[in-house]
Ligand binder design. Structure first.
Ligand SMILES: Nc1ncnc2c1ncn2[C@@H]1O[C@H](COP(=O)(O)OP(=O)(O)OP(=O)(O)O)[C@@H](O)[C@H]1O
Length: 237
């Protein structure tokens, strides 16, 4: 098996310092691996830590314990212990993340937003433009919007710009946080096709999909989340 990502015994607890130091254990000993060309879907009820796990995999959070091994340019790297500079390189070349919301600077056009990940790799502008045009067209973002900043776009339009940006760079590993959440069935189908194409070219994908039909369509495997902790464990002294 050609494994791209190996999660080992990952644990995450939130400590709410502004709420008497309440301790919220969210993830305990999560372990799974994802092969090239495989889509593993995080499966668990609301609050079971799916988004938290995905953010850990993008090194947005630091876990208490565990390892996130990923294959970056023929080397295995533990994201948990990687220096910031290496994390940026991993995000540029290896690891893509489609967040639930588009968060970008207010004055940049949708077209530039979509091209950015590829431009940052040093790819020639004409190639970036052609690829952005192709993706925005496939995702039915009307051409009259391309030159505008996405801050005034509808939720679904913003999400499609976000998806185009997430898929422009052919990342070997892709993290998808419910990319079809605010989309109608036509646009969801376009996203599912992008996911299937990414899988076919060998991407290792970890995703959250609240829609059961989409989950069943794209999942090669499920990672079962443990039920959330029933009570706040204890307070810090
Ligand atoms: N930054 C944070 N600080 C404190 N608690 C957090 C933080 N992020 C998430 N949590 C808590 O962690 C738990 C898991 O949240 P998470 O969003 O990961 O769940 P989820 O499985 O993605 O849920 P859903 O399916 O409803 O989106 C929740 O109880 C949430 O309140």
């Amino acid at each position: 098996m050609n494994s791209q990502l190996r999660v080992e015994n990952l644990s995450k607890t939130f400590v709410l310092h502004n709420q008497q130091g309440a301790v919220l254990p969210v993830l305990r000993d999560a372990s799974f691996s994802v092969n090239a060309g495989e889509c593993v879907v995080l499966d668990g009820q609301s609050g079971s830590g799916k988004s938290t796990l995905l953010r850990l995999l993008y090194a947005n959070y630091q876990p208490e314990s565990g390892h996130i091994w990923l294959r970056h340019q023929q080397q295995w790297i533990d994201l948990v212990n990687a220096p910031a500079r290496q994390i940026l390189a991993v995000r540029r070349e290896t690891l893509g993340w489609v967040s639930p919301l588009l968060r970008v600077a207010p004055h940049i056009s949708a077209f530039e937003v979509v091209m950015q990940p590829l431009l940052e790799r040093g790819v020639e502008r004409a190639i970036c433009e052609a690829r952005a045009r192709h993706l925005l067209t496939r995702l039915n973002v009307p051409e009259r919007l391309w030159a505008l900043a996405p801050s005034t776009f509808s939720g679904g339009e913003q999400q499609r710009v976000n998806i185009a940006r997430g898929f422009i760079a052919d990342y070997p590993i892709l993290l998808l946080d419910d990319p079809t959440a605010s989309l109608d069935s036509n646009n969801s189908a376009a996203v599912v096709r992008l996911i299937e194409e990414a899988r076919d070219r060998g991407a290792a994908i970890v995703g959250i999909f609240h829609d059961k039909a989409i989950r069943e369509r794209v999942a090669d495997g499920l990672h079962q989340m443990l039920p959330p902790a029933r009570e706040l464990a204890h307070h810090h002294q």
